[in-house]
Design a protein around this ligand. Structure first.
Ligand code: OXD
Ligand code: MN
Length: 617
């Protein structure tokens, strides 16, 4: 930001309530210090606190939020060291309409992002951030995405006036002095600034969830900066996640030859004990955490969790693509996470959790739709009101969340912080019609075409009408920090650069019959699809060519009851509907004014040819 170098501070600054400002005396550290002072001069907090990541500091912070009413401490014997936050009703999800890419050139943001002219946006931000932290503590939080000092890791610093954001980022990343040590030694880092935008005048009481009706989530890809104003929620406040690890990191990946992807990461171990690594991109709230913690229903197979939301992928010296989960925690959607659907996640949530916008039980524990089949007789809902099962509204907000450390998942791999070689990449969406349960791509370009043309029904993870079909290429529509057509081109190039590429699949757990019923049981049974994919990779399963890709010659259905008619419908390909989709794909590609790589428009033409042939045949 064009924050003027401060000469004097407009407001008295007291360093450190719990910690102290570190001293290094290196030029790199002085640069960090100058940035911190610059932000402080603009936002005018009462205090600055450098977060050291210690347990004592964390407990003091959590205690202060309980005293303030931001957090409710849950029953210590039922849910040790866990808390419930209730947000403001107007601050419950990511805000795509208020998310901006302020690249120098509009074309570099592309038609799927909101572009903002950078100088004008800096002026706007200077205005809204001016005095925005008055009466509050400004926290300075150095963090690492990926293990500290790891070869694929990246560093960042988040400045925030939200203690809730501090407590959340501490779970989602690696925070602490070791990161500052690396920055002071000269390691590159990304600047992120967050304010809830709710300054306090002298003597004015604070509210439980401070926020501002005016909101901005702004990325400057050329200078690697993020500014978020007005919201305390999730991806708007945990800037390491969507803002840095996807939007800014995708730009770093474009420029440095790697990929920052909205993908979970798992290790699948076959009955023979062989390990395979699978990354899967699904739009928000489409069951990524469930697949990341899959407990296979078929004997002999196990799945270990490496990550549930983001993967950074780089070519290794052996020509394979290697991936890490850059995060350290899960910020998962609570509703639908239950004993019958994801018992591993339920077990991971037994302690040390921050819940947001779920319901409170009478004995001081939490509940949300889907946690158990039957709702408790009485709850306090996410807005603090009495709730009984006959209420005509959900007890937990549909985008209510848990924040928990990844290491706490019983399914976490022993070496989950290390890079793993990728064997398969899955692209998925929530599609009631048309898209088969699983389709294998013919080759890399066809797989990239599959990723580029995914659409999915909208969920509650962002604002908008739930259920509406929208394009979500690579599940990156809200998260790609640059022109999406160039991003497609980058994927094509990554394929050309690697020697042994992962196989690419499209999956759809959500297809419905004409009677509106889900045709596939999903959850643990998705292991049958994973089994077929792994058997394709090791060469022992057969496939049948269709116009849209290869489908299983047979799927292991032992032990489940799927009617033949349902199975046929699950894999049905209607050339007319697909030709109509191809029409929409062409319209989508046209939005990019000729920038979509020729190799993808060739794929579209080839798909149409295959569909026409199938129609005539
Ligand atoms: C998330 C999202 O929070 O995708 O992971 O919205
Ligand atoms: Mn996500």
């Amino acid at each position: 930001m064009a924050i003027a170098e401060p000469t004097t501070f407009a407001h008295p600054l007291h360093l450190a309530e719990y910690g102290t400002q570190p001293e290094y005396g290196t030029a790199a550290f002085d640069e960090l210090l100058a940035w911190v002072k610059g932000v402080a001069a603009l936002t005018k907090p009462d205090r600055i606190h450098w977060v050291d990541g210690s347990e004592a500091e964390r407990q003091a912070l959590l205690g202060s939020m309980v005293a303030q009413g931001t957090l409710i401490k849950l029953n210590e014997s039922k849910r040790p060291n866990s808390y419930l936050a209730r947000s403001d009703a107007g601050d419950v999800a990511r805000l795509e309409s208020r998310t901006f890419i302020a690249s120098e050139r509009e074309i570099d943001a592309g038609p799927t992002n909101n572009w903002a002219e950078p100088r004008e946006m800096r002026r706007t931000l200077d205005g809204v951030f001016d005095g925005s932290m008055r009466g509050r503590t400004m926290f300075v939080m150095p963090f690492s995405m990926g293990k500290i000092g790891g070869p694929i890791s990246q560093l960042g610093v988040q400045i925030t006036d939200s203690p809730y954001a501090v407590a959340s980022v501490e779970i989602m990343t690696r925070v602490g002095e070791e990161v500052t040590d690396l920055i002071a030694e000269g390691a590159p880092w990304v600047r992120t600034v967050h304010s809830v935008g709710h300054p306090l005048e002298l003597g004015e009481p604070d509210v439980a969830w401070p926020s501002n009706d005016e909101k901005y989530i702004v990325h400057f890809p050329e200078t690697l900066e993020v500014f978020s104003f007005g919201s305390g929620y999730g991806g708007n406040a945990i800037l390491a996640k969507k803002c840095f690890a996807l939007r800014i990191a995708s730009v770093l990946g474009r420029d440095q030859g790697w990929l920052a992807e909205h993908m979970l990461l798992i290790r699948v171990v076959s009955p023979e004990g062989r390990a395979y690594h699978v990354a899967a991109a699904f739009p928000s709230a489409c069951g990524k955490t469930n697949l990341a913690m899959l407990r296979p229903s078929i004997p002999g197979w196990t799945v270990e969790t490496i990550g549930d939301d983001i993967a950074w992928i780089r070519p290794g010296s052996d020509g394979r693509l290697y991936a890490i989960n850059p995060e350290a925690g899960f910020f998962g959607v609570a509703p639908g996470t239950g004993v019958s659907t994801n018992v591993t996640a339920v077990e991971a949530l037994c302690e040390n959790v921050i819940f947001t916008n779920v319901a409170l039980t009478d004995d001081g524990d939490v509940w949300w739709e889907g946690l158990t089949d039957e709702a408790p007789a009485h709850l306090i809902d996410w807005q603090g009101n009495h709730w009984t099962p006959d209420a005509d509204r959900p007890a937990a907000h549909p985008n209510s969340r848990f924040t928990v450390s990844a290491a706490q998942a019983p399914s976490i791999s022993d070496d989950w912080e290390e890079a793993v070689p990728l064997d398969a990449i899955l692209f998925g969406g929530r599609r009631a019609t048309n898209v088969p349960l699983v389709v294998e791509s013919f080759d890399w370009d066809h797989g990239v075409f599959m990723g580029a043309t995914i659409s999915s029904e909208r969920t509650a993870a962002a604002e908008g009408t739930v259920g509406e079909l929208r394009r979500d290429p690579f599940a990156m529509m809200p998260f790609c920090g640059y022109n999406m057509a160039d991003y497609f081109g980058h994927w094509i190039e990554m394929g050309a650069a690697a020697e042994r590429l992962p196989a690419i699949y499209q999956v759809n757990w959500f297809r419905k019959g004409s009677d509106g019923r889900f045709l596939w049981p999903g959850f643990a049974e998705n292991s049958r699809v994973i089994e077929w994919i792994i058997r394709r990779i090791d060469g022992s399963a057969d496939a049948v060519d269709t116009p849209v890709g290869r489908v299983p010659a047979a799927l292991n259905l032992e032990g489940i009851d799927i009617a033949d008619a349902d199975l046929a419908e699950l894999f049905a390909i209607d050339p007319d509907s697909w030709l109509a989709e191809a029409e929409l794909t062409e319209e989508f590609f046209q939005r990019f004014d000729g920038r979509v790589p020729g190799r993808l428009t060739d794929q579209l033409a080839a798909l149409r040819d295959r569909l026409q042939t199938a129609k005539q045949g």
